[in-house]
Design a protein around this ligand. Structure first.
Ligand SMILES: Cc1ncc(COP(=O)(O)O)c(C=O)c1O
Length: 381
């Protein structure tokens, strides 16, 4: 079966030798009866875990009722999802726009910033990843990604993450937005000091610049809070979401303030599948499942436990990140640990920092799973 996929699909992904056939919570099962502990969460998508029963029921019910109709009609499924999403967001973020992926959410966020300011340039950061469509990849100053999008969209400026002076130096009269992953995931789970986020907000306010948080990874409970937005008293003007938002049903979203919304009129943004009923049912059920199972509290408790277990490990230099977006930095390369874990049927992630192993597990991971991970990692082996 793996051979067939290699035969008929472009070889654009480096795959693990696993054929995933079924999932349940933190587990992935293969057709051969093997079982893997998924600490990678299907690339940060399985926030509620694989096939959460509440989400599966909601998708089933919606599928039998109405799969799709576009935004040219009203829909109770869309109304519920939008209301629920706005209700858990920081109070300044009052309106939603639905699309289909993270890159698309970022494209729309940058477009809204340009519309709201009448300016063109976008500042993003070295190490940030924002997607692979033209504008988003042009905003991605991480490794060689940006070059894949050549010729790039003009007007993208690169600042140094964590250095406010480097941002200030670029923040001229034609800058529409500053966009950042508040925790840079692919770069090796890099976080800035609290004062940095506050300084970015102040700079944006002073110079009439739109602040965008790309929360495609950090959103929807991953950090043990619904969003990174709101931390340190900083609420951006736009938050973008995708990945875990639909528990695996493709969906992206932008959350915006009233001030941004006031610049957006009919026909300014759009996409056929955005706000489709199946995706909307998945969004509402995802947010309900996180609430009902008290997953935010779980993330915070289990994060603390994981950190305490890793403190005992001499090879671990540092643990970066927040909640269940964690980067374990080793003194040597992380690849050997990654490989050993895979052989012992635990899926983890790597990053663009060869010494950092990334964990993005479902939000329902427990202390027992952490014990399994620490035992299997055999850090001294
Ligand atoms: C922070 C961040 N932004 C944007 C994206 C792009 O999302 P998508 O692959 O859904 O287009 C990703 C994907 O990994 C991401 O991690």
């Amino acid at each position: 079966m793996m051979t067939n996929e290699d035969q008929f699909q472009l070889a654009t992904y480096k795959k693990m030798p696993i054929a995933a056939e079924r999932g349940e919570g933190v587990w992935i099962y293969t057709g051969d009866g093997d079982k893997y502990l998924d600490l990678y969460g299907g690339h940060a998508v399985a926030g509620t875990g694989h096939c959460h029963p509440h989400v599966v029921d909601a998708i089933r019910k919606q599928a039998s009722q109405l799969l799709f109709y576009s935004n040219l009609v009203y829909s109770s499924a869309r109304a519920r999802a939008a209301e629920k999403l706005v209700s858990i967001a920081p109070p300044r973020l009052t309106k939603s726009f639905f699309c289909n992926s993270g890159t698309e959410a970022n494209e729309n966020a940058m477009r809204m910033a340009r519309m709201a300011t009448g300016r063109e340039q976008i500042i993003t950061f070295s190490g940030g990843f924002h997607g692979r469509t033209a504008d988003a990849i042009s905003a991605t100053f991480l490794g060689s990604y940006r070059a894949l999008g050549k010729p790039n969209v003009p007007g993208h400026l690169e600042a140094e993450f964590g250095n406010i002076e480097s941002v200030r130096a670029l923040a001229g009269d034609n800058v529409a937005a500053i966009m950042l992953e508040p925790i840079q995931s692919m770069a090796g789970v890099r976080m800035a000091q609290p004062e940095y986020y506050v300084a970015l907000r102040t700079l944006c306010d002073e110079r009439g610049i739109v602040l965008i948080y790309d929360e495609v990874q950090t959103g929807v409970g991953r950090t043990g809070q619904w969003f990174f937005a709101g931390n340190h008293g900083v609420v951006p003007d736009i938050v973008t979401l995708a990945k875990a938002l639909g528990s695996g049903v493709p969906v992206g979203a932008c959350l915006v303030t009233d001030a941004i919304a006031s610049h957006i009129k009919e026909n300014d943004l759009g996409t056929t599948f955005g706000g489709g009923m199946l995706a909307m049912a998945a969004v509402t059920a995802t947010l309900e499942a996180i609430e009902q199972d008290r997953m935010l509290e779980n993330v915070r408790r289990v994060e603390a436990y994981l950190r305490s277990r890793l403190r005992e490990v001499e090879q671990v230099e540092a643990v970066h990140g927040l909640g269940f977006l964690l980067g374990i930095e080793f003194k040597e390369t992380a690849a050997t640990v990654h490989q050993r874990l895979l052989e012992r049927k635990i899926i983890t992630g790597t990053s663009s920092n060869p010494r950092v192993l990334r964990l993005l597990p479902p939000l329902c991971l427990t202390e027992e799973h952490v014990d399994e991970f620490v035992l299997a990692a055999d850090f001294h082996g």
